[in-house]
Ligand binder design. Sequence first.
Ligand code: SF4
Length: 438
Amino acid sequence: MSTTLQISSSEPTRKGFLTNYPPFRYWRPEAIERFIEPRPLNLYIHVPYCIQRCAYCFYKVTTLGDNRKAEIDRYVSALCREIEHAARHFHLGEQPVKTIYFGGGTPTVLSKDNMSRIWEVIHQHFQLEEPEITVEAEPVTLIPSKADHLKALGVNRISMGIQSFADEVVKKTGRVDTEEQAFKAIELAKSTGAVVNVDLMSGLAGDTDELWAYSVERAIESGAHSLTVYKTEVYANAGYYSDIKHKSLTLPSDEDELRFTAHAIERFEKAGYLPVNFFTFTKGGGYMQQHATSSWQGRETYGFGVSAFGLLRGHALQNTSELPRYVALVEEGKLPLARGCRLTARDLMTRDVALGMKLIRFDRKEFQRRYGFDVLSLCGPTVEALAADGLVEVTPDALSLTRKGILWGDYVGHRLAAALETAEASAAPGAPVVSCTV
Ligand code: SF4
């Protein structure tokens, strides 16, 4: 519902004392109901350890070496202390927790004791409302006793970082796992009763049309509930980077990578895996992961652990990325937050659109309810151009990626974000002076 203050004359008048804004006639009981509903929360827990550093990886991770046990125990103690501190400081315990995501790094390198310690502190400090609990896993580290432990803890999603089923491609990434180990680990993950996701990466060194097709078929044969394809992107801190620079390694070209992804989408769809976002395909379009989905839709997330980030009360927040500093700050009784950003109304709106497009269908009506005007009134020309390129289609209710647009999903998100960041309010015909939404 949109309103404007009504002024009947263009002549100055001393009448009409402004009591409040918006006028009381627009205040509704429904707004109270919505306001007093507790705000749901997602939790993200970061584990920065891995058994090796993969050549394509650009994350800040610490590889397991000798004598790391004491260091990892100390990190987990700091993590537990941060959870207690932040939960108290921000009253997070008052918000129902809907998802918990253990990411990394490789969370499955943690011992059962350390996993249990983190669980205990989460249970003590949060209201858990049958949350989706996801753990990222890597084949070599998912052994039967650990899988049993994850089941006992209530983990209901396991995301397997497989990347490729072709051993020769995996070998070039510096990883030690094999196709056989990948299959065993996926079977083990499935045996826990959890929803299992398999990650593949398109465009890894050594991949060819044949090897990629092999990986895609093996991923389908694995019977995982969900299959994800990430594009390989090389940053300066990745092992691949120096090899590429010294010309001892080349990656598949962008055209190759695009062809690989298009092939995967076609094969997944034929096998009954439907897109739920532009890089994840699930059996029959079910088994949707709630953690990332709800965060893209604006739900609050608190990130615990070194370099973890989240969104709380209109602020993007991130912990320090330096592991020793993280531990030291927490041990000194401080929150390890290092940087943040207060999102303006425009930032929140732009975030909703740019990240919301990841879900393929963006709900124009929900945007209108939230912000008081149609998203197209601010980025109409960009949407028109994207539609002319065959990347999006527009209906009265939604803005959706086409089949071609699914291949270019983040490009569409970037274009829309750029349009919204620079849009002038006057570009919105009939844009309201104020919006009242309930
Ligand atoms: S397992 Fe994942 S986080 Fe760890 S080094 Fe490999 S890509 Fe990076």
